[in-house]
Write a protein of this length. Structure first.
Length: 717
């Protein structure tokens, strides 16, 4: 089929399922031999249905061509506003933790990293513009509040066509909200939950002139919270504003500003010791906070952006986007190491570090896309260019606790056990020194075309040429690469499609080895094939995918080895291969029932055995919402995230390498929302319903969150 599919016919199986699940479709069971034709340009049953959906009808994720999810020859997920609200996903970290095929490591109370298909996720974009982030997200990106985002798109597998230099794990694109209402509308909400967590958000849109061609939107919020960790306290405030102006009937200009500031008292750096001095594995209370009372962690983010979008009468579109971003962090931290005596708690050492850093990015992306005719058939073409310059600078101070022996940043922790209260003297800081000063530039030109070879068969081919360079304190490196992309989609019928895709892998790494030098670029190939389906005019989608990824020079963290400035040291792995399968069902089973269910199974190995063994190779994630037909003001739901057993090869107190296991983890959740009036709703969420105790990081022990409860009230204008 050419262009976006205008109709689709609901298959016998789909109609039968919906007839069983949907009261108002009981008649459908007797009509299963008839095709149900739906206009894809319509909004479904109503605009309200579309706003409440867990699925989107069209996307530019994966290729930048405007396609239905079924026409994208890769696995992808979209987390909508409605799902964020239902599941109480307040940060980007919350979204990724609950997204199909993504696993999360919380390295300490402030830093996180993400994996997909066995490899670390390094591709993060804001409105389609790629941003290089380091492994630990020092600048607080993962804590960014979801209130400013319309949706978050996740494309799993290699995405070199979109990102140029890219990992075959996944690409995360955060799509900001826009001022899209010509009438005054908005909402305010307040929530309160476990550990005194408070969050207040206002989201207001309004026309700024009489005809609504000039519109504004403001999203602002504040949160204040303690934690299951003793003595921990964090505050966050954010402000987002955007103006959208219809310059002409076909041209829209957007200008926006995004600000966020977070301050944490008593943050942790790393986790808790893994072994006692007798080589037994430790077990502490989840509330034990290893931070000193003088420890702190502060992040600040400022972004300004502009984009212009023009639609031509012939169906072509031009989109240009530019942004300037400045992120800073500063901290005082204490790292606890050693193997304490199991009875007395003596034997640990604390290392202090004071750090600050700034990441500045200027980026531009522009592309044109639209239909064209060739050999009597209609096809689609997209071409664009992008440029980004990112400067990273970090500084540190070492602390001295013993001036006579010049004991750098080291101190006897005394008795370190569940009663430890952070009472340790602050070291004498010895002055700032620079540990990193690097500039990363990326210039790209890219193109893709979707050829309609026959009514049921389409071919997407494309390529991206990338000039990537870095220079600064770690040395100079320049790499050029052309990344090809190919995907084939065959429409089996009006509901099901089969697809296959291929792309090469090119990723210069900002990870550094023990000498401070950048690792060589990752190279390899990525293959994927599968089936996709769509029902209900795209409100319900399904994907079954099989993939294989081959890589060399993949950076792996060296356990317990850090460079100055708290930067993890890495070593390259040779011959890493990941192969597996994924499944996702997402969207509206009925008008009353929405769900998302994703399952992943892969095996990743290199020449030394299992690759990144601390990542789960089998997982599934389920979340549902159901609006009761007999009580339509009440919506209930819940879900479960499950992952299989993982292990870490760690060094015990005797210096021996031992394998430490963590069993499978089931984490259940519940939610309910009641629409008190047309404007007022109340909602309750429970996470980790059965209070499962588990580790979210095993390089050192970092506990995951215990059971938590939150209540919220919202008012819709």
């Amino acid at each position: 089929m050419s262009g976006i599919r205008k109709t689709f016919n609901v298959s016998l199986l789909a109609v039968t399922i919906h007839a069983l699940l949907t009261p108002n479709m009981a008649q459908a069971a007797s009509d299963t031999q008839q095709d149900l034709v739906v206009d894809a340009s319509a909004t479904g049953d109503s605009d309200n249905n579309e706003k409440q959906d867990y699925a989107v009808k069209t996307t530019r994720a994966g290729t930048k061509l405007l396609l239905t999810p079924r026409d994208v020859p890769q696995s992808m997920s979209v987390v909508t506003q409605q799902r964020m609200q239902d599941q109480n996903l307040q940060s980007v970290n919350d979204v990724l933790t609950n997204a199909t095929g993504i696993s999360t490591n919380l390295m300490d109370s402030e830093r996180s990293e993400y994996y997909s298909r066995g490899f670390k996720v390094t591709n993060f974009s804001f409105d389609g513009i790629p941003t290089s982030v380091n492994d630990s997200w020092n600048y607080g990106d993962a804590a960014s509040d979801t209130a400013i985002y319309d949706r978050i798109e996740i494309v799993r597998g290699a995405t070199g066509l979109m990102t140029g230099a890219g990992s075959p794990s996944a690409s995360i694109n955060m799509v900001r909200k826009h001022a899209d209402s010509k009438t005054f509308t908005g909402s305010v909400s307040a929530s309160y939950g476990s550990w005194n967590k408070q969050r207040y958000v206002a989201d207001l849109s309004a026309p700024l002139n009489q005809d609504g061609s000039l519109r504004g939107r403001v999203v602002t919020g504040y949160s204040d919270e303690d934690s299951w960790l003793d003595r921990y306290h964090k505050t966050k405030k954010f402000l987002y504003g955007v103006i959208d102006a219809d310059i002409t009937e076909h041209t829209t200009l957007s200008l926006g500003y995004d600000y966020e500031d977070a301050n944490t008292g008593n943050p942790t750096w790393g986790g808790l010791p893994m072994f006692y001095s007798n080589n037994a594995t430790t077990h502490y209370d989840r509330s034990l906070n290893s931070a000193a009372n003088w420890a702190r962690y502060n992040t600040n983010s400022r972004k300004v952006f502009a984009d212009i979008d023009h639609n031509f009468d012939n169906g072509w579109n031009i989109h240009v986007n530019g942004t300037h971003a400045e992120n800073t962090f500063n901290d005082k931290l204490l790292y606890v190491t050693g193997s304490p005596d199991q009875d007395s708690g003596e034997g640990t050492t604390g290392y202090g570090s004071m750090d600050r850093g700034k990441r500045q990015m200027d980026s531009f992306d522009g592309y044109a896309s639209g239909p064209f005719e060739l050999l009597g058939r209609q096809h689609q073409l997209m071409a664009g260019v992008s440029y980004s310059r990112q400067h990273n600078a970090t500084y540190s101070q070492d602390g001295v606790t013993d001036l006579e022996n010049y004991d750098i940043a080291s101190a006897d922790m005394g008795i370190f056990n569940n009663s430890w209260n952070g009472n340790i003297a602050e070291p004498q800081w010895q002055g700032w020194y620079q540990n990193a000063d690097d500039t990363i530039r990326q210039k790209s030109a890219y193109t893709a075309a979707r050829f309609s070879l026959a009514d049921p068969l389409s071919l997407i081919i494309g390529a991206r040429y990338t000039q990537w360079s870095t220079n600064g304190s770690s040395g100079d490196m320049t790499k050029n690469n052309t990344t090809p992309y190919a995907g084939l989609v065959y429409d089996i019928n009006d509901t099901w499609s089969a697809y296959g895709s291929y792309t090469s892998i090119f990723l210069p790494q900002t990870y550094r080895d023990t000498s401070g030098k950048y690792l060589s670029p990752i190279t390899g190939k990525s293959y994927e094939t599968g089936l996709k389906s769509a029902w209900y005019d795209g409100r319900l989608t399904a994907t079954v995918a099989v993939f294989r990824i081959e890589q060399d020079n993949v950076g792996q963290a060296i356990a317990g080895v850090y460079l100055s400035g708290n930067e993890q040291a890495y070593a390259p792995a040779k011959g890493a291969v990941s192969k597996g399968a994924e499944f996702e069902l997402n969207g509206a089973l009925t008008d009353n029932l929405q769900l998302t269910f994703g399952a992943t199974r892969y095996v990743a190995r290199d020449k030394d055995g299992r690759f990144n063994s601390y990542q789960p190779q089998t997982s599934f994630k389920l979340f549902t919402r159901y609006q009761l037909p007999m009580l339509p003001d009440l919506t209930v739901g819940g879900g479960i995230n499950w992952q299989n057993r993982v292990f870490e090869d760690a060094t015990n107190a005797s210096g021996d390498t031992v394998r430490v296991y963590q069993g499978s983890i089931p984490l259940a959740s519940l939610f309910a929302r009641y629409q008190v009036t047309k404007q007022v709703a109340v909602q309750a969420n429970i996470d980790n319903l059965f209070d499962r105790e588990y580790y979210s990081y095993m390089n050192s022990y970092v506990y995951g969150a215990p059971r938590s409860v939150s209540m919220s009230v919202s008012y819709q204008f």
